[in-house]
Every structure is written in structure tokens, then in C-alpha cells.
Design a protein around this ligand. Sequence first.
Ligand code: SF4
Length: 364
Amino acid sequence: MSEQKHDWTKQEILEIYNKPLMELLYEAATVHRKFHDPNTVQVSTLLSIKTGGCPEDCGYCPQAARYHTDIEGNDLMQVSHVKAQALRAKASGSSRVCMGAAWRNVKDGPEFDQVLEMVRTINKLDMEVCCTLGMLTENQAQRLAEAGLYAYNHNLDTSEDYYKDVISTRAFEDRLDTIDNVRKSNVTVCSGGIIGMGEAIEDRAGMLVALATLNPQPESVPINALVAVEGTPMEDMEPISIWEMVRMVATTRIVMPETQVRLSAGRTQMSREGQAMCFFAGANSIFAGDKLLTTPNPDVNEDMEMFKLLGLNPQKPFTKVSQPKTVEASESQFKDLGEKPKWTRPGHSIARNEEAKAKSKLVE
Ligand code: SF4
């Protein structure tokens, strides 16, 4: 039976976040044990199927074309390559493959058809398939659902207030609209954010209000610590402390009890003790693989050693939601509509994003 509460206020969430740490940990661990097996952690492998060259200006992202970073861009991967990577991920204990493409939004056409084929292929390997492809229309969400997509990731990143200081090429509202389009299909929602971007604690609480008041709440919530990459507007941000991560994970667990809370980017900067504390506080999912799209991540063997040390077991696929049925392209009820949706372009200016863009031109 669901015990989700959907009327969380920022004040209530701040009170939880700021509790004495031992009390916060105890409460989060108690909620965690009520809704989940505390010794099981879901393992996802993140695969960048199209890297770099993105037209957006997300201040944290090395894949934005306008900033000068060292990442190597590449075109959309072949289905056979994705299948080989998925098989490797499965053999090393992952139950889910999450495919990321550096796009502003999905466009109907041959590239999207290729992604749909990737989804069908991985679903047939009996793995959960997730995609993160940018903004999505309702018809596109339905097509992904038919192909056998299990989850769609679309992060809110931060609070609605702070969003304007991070991204100027789209609005917070666009994110919510895409999540709504995903919700109308049978695909589960994965949405979280990043801490350590210079936001206030109130912004962290604000982001959790936006996620926890969705009805239903997202099935997965990734919590990322910013990995400050040279050349991006956030290159000089100081790393957050493990205590902030633990507080964020514990608060997320309490306000979204049934959700899988994923420890995402920034794990290379955390000790095993720090990660263990996050698992105790309610994190029950990680990203595996030596890269998270473009930023470093612990090696799979290191993770499996940590699991052994802590007595954790990887979660089997389709434990929470059953395997979606795959409909072949030829039998699809949904067509390529060639839609050209008008997603917002607020177009305001963010000083540090403009500075990074100007610096990038000097380097070229
Ligand atoms: S986070 Fe995504 S949308 Fe933003 S610049 Fe990077 S790839 Fe593009």
C-alpha cells in the first residue's frame, strides 16, 4: 500500500534536512527498512549513446557545445555496439542500462527510430532500459513505452528558483511537462538533481518539494554531487562535503519512502565509509561503470568489492515493476508525427555561463 504524502512544504523538508544528524539517520534508516530490503542495491550502467555538441547551456555540463572542455564527442552509437555494452553490464551485475544522448529534445526521424531499436534490443536481454534524451512529447513517450522502455530520466536539477541561475535555454516548466508526458505512458519516472552548484539549502529543499509533490512520486531519484569540469561555468565550485550528501540522501528517503534513491555522480570523491553512510541513510541504487556519461566513476570491481564488504546484493531486474512488453516497429500503434514542439527558450543571461562561453572562444 502506498504511503506517499504529496503535500510536502519547503519548511517541513528543511526541518528534516536540518535535524541533528543521528536523529536524521535513524529516521531515514527506519523508513528505508519499512519500504525496502536494506541489503539490496539496484545497479544501473549509464551509457552515453551520443556525446557532446549539445545546444543547451547547462552550467554544470561538459557536453554543452558552447563551452571548451576536453570531452570527445561522438555521433549516435550503433545498435550492435549498445547491445555489446549492455551484455557486459549485465555480466557485471547491472540490472539496468540507462542510455543518454546530449540532445535538447527528441526529434522524430531515423535517429529516434535507432534509439527505439536499442530499447527493444536491451529489453529482450531481460534488462531494465532507461533513456535520458532531453525533452519529449507525449507521442514520443508512448513510442518509447511500446518499444519496452522501463524508465525515462529527466532531472529537475535544482529548485525552480535556482534553475534560472544554471540554465537559460529552457525553463523548469518544460522539465515538468516532459515528466508529465512520461507519466501518461507506462514508463516509470526517474528524476533528481545535483547538489554543490552554489545553491542554498532552501534550493535543495525546493527541489525535493517539486519531486515529492508529484503524484505519483518518481520511482527513481538520482542525487548527484557536482563534478566540476574545467571549461564549464561551474569549474571553480568547491566540492560538497559528505555530510551534505548524507543529509540530502536521508531527506530524500524520508519524503519519498518508496522511491529508489540513487547515489550518482560524485562517488569517486566519496570514501567507502561515506558511501556506506549514504546506504544506511536510504540510498539503494548506484550507477556502475568507470564513466558517468563523461565524468569519472568508480570501477565495477571496486564497487563489487564494496558490496561484499558491506554485505550488499545487487537487485534483480523488474523487482519493483514488471518487464514491459516489446512491440515491434512494424506492429506499432504510434507513428512518427514529425512534431515540432515549441519548448520554451527563456533566453535570459547567466553571467558565469556567458563568461565560460567567451573564454571558450578565446581557446579555439
Ligand atoms: S545536461 Fe543534457 S541538456 Fe544540458 S548541456 Fe548537458 S547534455 Fe545538454
